[in-house]
Design a protein around this ligand. Structure first.
Ligand code: GYE
Length: 329
């Protein structure tokens, strides 16, 4: 009897030890929590990894500081994690630490923002928005919308509120914004400043613009949070958002849909934060031994506005109210 008991105990212990050591450890160095987009992105990846049998997530929030993220990546190497997911707060300054990740032979997946050194390091795949195209769509929407209401030949004043300076989401969207402005010579750029992708800074920048710029007709905000902060400032100044000032955001978060339906924001250009559905099959394939070589994936994205039907060449806008119920973030 005693013998059977010990054999059974040994078996149970063996099962426990082998299932614990079979865990696949996926580490994620995230930027911080500056926006609704970021929250949706963290939640989605967390959910996808933690709900996968046998996978474990090691999560680090960099609190918007590059030095925190560098430290986190070095910790991941010391812990000998199996895979690293990485989103860098800015584009530059990652060469050394990402080479260390490569030397440790830990497969690296780039999420959302792509570092400038991407061509000099090894990575499995990169999943992120096409930021230049998103920026182009924002300004093109304003230009085409003005045409559609018979104001295509009227000079209008436009301001560009930029994201975190030096982030690829900012440099790319600014490049796209400025490129598209050349196609619409009646849009006169009268302000360009960073609101750091946050609602509070978006509100503060708009407040100061409303005091210092005589007339603002169009606001291009490189994310929805800044647009929503700006709307608060516009209301406080006694103006009507969506009418006195046309407002184009980016990301297409739930709060932006609500604002469009309420008639305050005019348009939001989509940038999806939902990368779990790309990351999970990629890691599963890596585990099966499949090879990837710097695969870059830009998901397909839409443009949502008050009435729909604005043709932007690569995409036509969709009426936000028609799809709000199906939105996931
Ligand atoms: O647009 C913004 C977030 O990198 C695409 O970062 C991302 C951007 C997103 O804070 O809301």
């Amino acid at each position: 009897m005693k013998k059977i008991f010990f054999v059974a105990l040994a078996l149970v212990m063996l099962v426990c030890v082998s299932s614990a050591s079979a865990d696949v450890v996926i580490a994620f160095s995230q930027i911080g929590q500056e926006s609704d987009w970021r929250t949706a992105n963290t939640d989605d990846l967390r959910h996808a990894i933690e709900n996968h049998p046998g996978w474990k997530l090691v999560y680090d929030d960099g609190q918007q500081k590059q030095e925190n993220q560098i430290k986190a990546l070095r910790n991941f190497i010391t812990q000998d994690v199996d895979y690293i997911l990485f989103t860098g707060v800015v584009s530059t300054g990652w060469d050394e630490v990402l080479k260390e990740v490569n030397e440790a032979e830990i497969p690296l997946l780039l999420i959302d923002r792509i570092p400038d050194c991407a061509d000099k390091i090894d990575y499995v795949a990169a999943f992120g928005g096409d930021f230049v195209e998103e920026g182009r769509r924002q300004v093109a929407w304003a230009g085409e919308y003005l045409k559609s209401i018979g104001k295509g030949d009227t000079d209008v004043n436009i301001v560009i509120m930029e994201g975190t300076t030096g982030a690829s989401a900012q440099t790319g969207r600014t490049e796209g914004n400025l490129k598209a402005l050349k196609e619409y010579p009646h849009l006169k750029l009268v302000g360009q400043q960073s609101g750091n992708f946050t609602r509070a800074e978006g509100q503060a920048v708009m407040e100061s613009w409303l005091k210092s710029i005589d007339k603002i007709d169009v606001l291009i905000a490189q994310n929805d949070d800044m647009a929503l902060g700006a709307i608060d400032a516009i209301k406080a100044a006694g103006k009507v958002p969506g009418k006195d000032i046309i407002i184009v955001g980016c990301d297409s978060v739930k709060a932006a849909f609500d604002s469009i339906v309420a008639g305050e924001m005019n348009c939001t250009v989509e940038c999806t934060p939902l990368y779990g559905k790309f990351v999970v099959p990629t890691i599963e394939a890596l585990i099966r031994g499949e090879k990837f070589d710097k695969t870059v994936v830009h998901p397909e994205e839409g443009v949502f506005d008050m009435n729909g039907g604005i043709d932007l060449g690569t995409v036509k806008s969709i009426k936000a109210a028609d799809v709000i119920a199906t939105r996931q973030y």
